[in-house]
Ligand binder design. Structure first.
Ligand code: PGA
Ligand code: ZN
Length: 426
């Protein structure tokens, strides 16, 4: 099907901030739209999101955060070269690369490049009569990912009510995706009730739908979530375990790790030992960004003293970037990678990172951002790419449930297998 129009325009994300949308119109009269997410605890090495900070107009209306220039780049730089062509993801991504050959898309903006990439992928999938998931995996049973779901939020997502960013749960004992989501939804409800008993302001919901309950230590937050798992009638460690996103780049100042709520400052070596004890003493099966994005040595040292099946995930460390991933593989920096398409800027090159990670036996967790929209393309990617795991935030807010609900839809209508058993602590 031929592209008759491509339009970039500004819409709002779940934080009420502007973000980029792109719509492709095809010769059969259908239209295919993508919405682009946005991070708050962004990694230094991510592809560059373009915002209009400098213009007086944008400062007045969106506090400098508008994305009119990124939209104009879609309309003025990409559309004239794409319209009239057959919708084809690989060709579109190559074209975008020639329009902005910079590594990080700082000229047109990674929010512009990814918006077009996804809208074209949806258009090509439509042309082939497939869902986005089936476009990437045309035959065989689809693999539904293990969800990693936020219960408590802190750090940059909740005005630092906790030192770390997320305490999440993984229902690795569930036998289906719908069972995993129903267990976790029960745990999240119990956390609201139990949090209120502590006198916490449980009406305060963080950016990803998690509860912004203040906890002074990481241990007390983990103990709280463990008690909620038990109260839900589930067994900690057998049915459900804890995952953390430390987002440690946010804690790293002048070579030390600062935990203001715990009133502690750790040297690098201290912090490695602290993290190694934490994962041994708590029912933690996955830990993301336990060290800062460029503190490669600490990552490597940490890996030598952890339980064999602990999942160690690089998010800000890798920023879905092939060069950084290869460095991590070479140095045994982690055994897993978070895959965020907007850290990379294009679908084809994001998929390349995911494939490289899998080829090197790293686990892959496809992830949303803290600023999201109702668009559910991430769910289709997690399935179509066979990622194994997905992290979207909590079970609250339609920016989050749109992804869970799309996975539930795929489970209901497609031939699917649930990726149970990954990850598991020995
Ligand atoms: P971000 O957070 O989208 O604000 O970067 C998500 C994460 O760190 O995993
Ligand atoms: Zn993270």
């Amino acid at each position: 099907m031929t592209i008759t129009r491509l339009v970039g325009y500004q819409v709002l994300d779940s934080r009420g901030r502007p973000t980029v949308a792109a719509t492709v119109l095809l010769s059969d009269g259908t239209s295919h739209t993508s919405h682009i997410p946005s991070g708050a605890s962004t990694g230094l090495h991510e592809a560059k999101e373009l915002r209009d900070h400098k213009t007086p107009y944008s400062e007045k209306i969106f506090n400098g955060k508008s994305v009119f220039q990124a939209c104009a780049n879609i309309n003025e730089l990409i559309a004239p070269k794409l319209v009239g062509n057959v919708a084809n993801l690989v060709a579109a991504d190559q074209l975008i690369k020639t329009i902005d050959p910079s590594e990080d898309f700082h000229t047109i903006g990674a929010n512009a490049s990814l918006a077009v990439s996804i809208a074209v992928a949806k258009s090509q999938a439509h042309t082939e009569g497939k869902s986005l998931a089936r476009f990437f995996q045309p035959t065989g049973p689809l693999q539904l990912p293990m969800p990693m779901v936020n219960i408590l939020s802190g750090g940059a997502h909740a005005k630092k009510t906790m030192d770390i960013q997320d305490v999440l749960v993984m229902a690795h004992g569930a036998t289906s995706f719908r069972e995993a989501i129903s267990w976790i939804s029960a745990i999240r409800e119990i956390a609201t009730t139990e949090g209120a008993k502590l006198g916490a302001p449980t009406h305060l919901i963080a950016d990803e739908g998690g509860l912004a309950i203040p906890f002074t230590t990481i241990e007390s937050a983990c103990d709280f979530v463990s008690s909620c798992i038990t109260l839900a009638g589930l067994e900690v460690g057998r049915d459900v375990s804890i995952a953390l996103d430390v987002a440690a780049t946010q804690l790293y100042i002048d070579g030390s790790y600062h935990l203001p709520n715990a009133n502690k400052v750790h040297t690098k070596n201290d912090f490695i030992a602290y993290m190694q004890n934490l994962v041994k003493n708590q029912p933690i099966i996955s830990i993301e960004d336990p060290f800062a994005e460029d503190d490669w040595d600490s990552w490597n040292q940490f890996m030598t003293g952890i339980p064999t099946n602990l999942q160690v995930v690089g998010d800000d460390l890798y920023t879905t970037n092939l060069v950084r991933l290869n460095r991590g593989i070479l140095h045994n920096s982690s055994n897993s990678i978070l895959i965020k398409p907007n850290q990379n800027g294009l679908l084809t090159t994001t998929l390349q990172v995911l494939k490289e990670a899998k080829a090197s036996n790293l686990r892959t967790v496809v992830s949303a951002r803290s600023g999201e929209t109702e668009d559910s393309w991430l769910a289709d990617l997690a399935v179509g790419w066979g990622a194994g795991q997905i992290k979207v935030g909590s079970t609250h807010g339609s920016d989050r449930t749109s992804k869970w609900n799309r996975l539930l839809e795929l489970e209901a209508i497609e031939d699917c297998e649930f990726n149970k058993g990954q990850p598991l602590k020995s």
